[in-house]
Design a protein around this ligand. Structure first.
Ligand SMILES: C[S@@+](CC[C@H](N)C(=O)[O-])C[C@H]1O[C@@H](n2cnc3c(N)ncnc32)[C@H](O)[C@@H]1O
Length: 305
């Protein structure tokens, strides 16, 4: 499947479970498909290959840098593509703006992209020292800085536990409060250092992942209100689906997957959806070897009745 191979030489990007996504959307020429998390447009490019020449792709992302790159990548399809800078929680407004009444399928590939993680100045990663930002949408107001420096100890602890399943959530929250009483925590380097100091010595070496991974993930999810966005968007989607239209969601976090699972179940009980994946589909071993970002993905698919 040529479309699933990255054609952008400068920014290496491997779309996760691309073959499975394309198959699950049941694509054919002429369909109208929404990519709610366009990213760099790798899945979108593979979708367009199948729905062209007459199909239409609506690509949504809240990251303007990613949209710009995707626009370039999808240039050959420009007559068939509408790109929108928006939060997918406002999907109804996007459709109204584009005068779209019904669609044939929608894809959510959740979370941050490797491009965002690797952007040194965005503050998503502890690998680079940068201001504590972590906003996917640079025009939104709340930064990781605001949460780290203004929330109470309990609020921070709850975020670390709920969104990061961080075992040392209480200790990290307590340490952050003490540290910021002396001076604000302004950089990713300082946050990483605080986590390392808060965790007991044995804890630092006992995990496969870097000890700061869960803290960074938790603050990122909180800054971007990722779970609320998913819940709101999934609630709005069914009214726009044609009969037989597919919803495909790739999630990377147990809480995201739970939201998808419950949404699909509720809609199935109401006779709105048929669930195609009784159990979530997982990537092949080979894909995880080739693309470590795929290691925690779960894919769920439903069909509109
Ligand atoms: C994992 S990447 C998608 C990669 C994409 N499938 C590709 O092939 O290049 C997730 C993208 O979704 C975007 N995103 C995450 N949450 C969003 C939301 N609530 N609304 C719009 N875009 C969102 C991120 O900015 C990011 O670019």
């Amino acid at each position: 499947m040529r479309g699933c191979v990255s054609e952008v030489a400068v920014i290496e990007h491997k779309p996760v479970m691309c073959k499975e996504v394309i198959e699950s959307l049941n694509l054919r020429p002429g369909l109208t498909i929404v990519d709610a998390t366009l990213g760099l447009g790798a899945h979108a490019s593979a979708i367009l290959e199948k729905i062209s020449p007459k199909g239409r792709l609506i690509g949504i992302d809240r990251d303007t840098d990613s949209l710009e790159i995707a626009k370039n990548r999808l240039k050959v399809y420009e007559d068939n593509v509408s790109l929108v800078h928006a939060d997918f929680r406002a999907i109804d407004k996007v459709f109204a703006q584009l005068n779209i009444k019904k669609i044939d399928g929608i894809l959510f590939d959740l979370g941050v992209s490797s491009y965002q993680l690797d952007s040194q100045d965005r503050g998503f990663s502890f690998r680079y020292d940068a201001p504590l930002d972590m906003r996917m949408d640079k025009t939104s107001y709340i930064l990781a800085y605001d949460l780290v420096n203004n929330l109470t100890e309990k609020e921070i602890s709850d975020i670390l536990w709920a969104f990061g399943e961080e075992r040392w959530h209480n200790r990290i929250a307590k340490y952050l409060i003490q540290k910021r009483a002396l001076s604000p925590v302004t950089t990713t380097g300082q946050l990483k250092e605080a986590v390392m100091k808060a965790i007991p010595h044995g804890g630092i070496h006992s995990t496969r992942i870097h000890p700061a991974t869960r803290t960074f993930q938790a603050f990122r999810i909180a800054v971007n209100r990722e779970l609320e966005a998913l819940e709101e968007s999934l609630a709005k989607v069914p009214e726009f689906l044609k009969k037989g239209a597919r919803v495909c969601v790739l999630s990377f976090h147990s809480l995201e997957d739970r939201i998808v699972k419950h949404n699909f179940k509720d809609n199935a009980l109401k006779g709105i959806f048929r669930i195609i994946t009784k159990k979530p589909l997982l990537p092949t071993r080979q894909e995880v070897i080739d693309n470590p970002r795929a290691r925690s993905v779960k894919m769920r698919v439903a069909c509109k009745l």
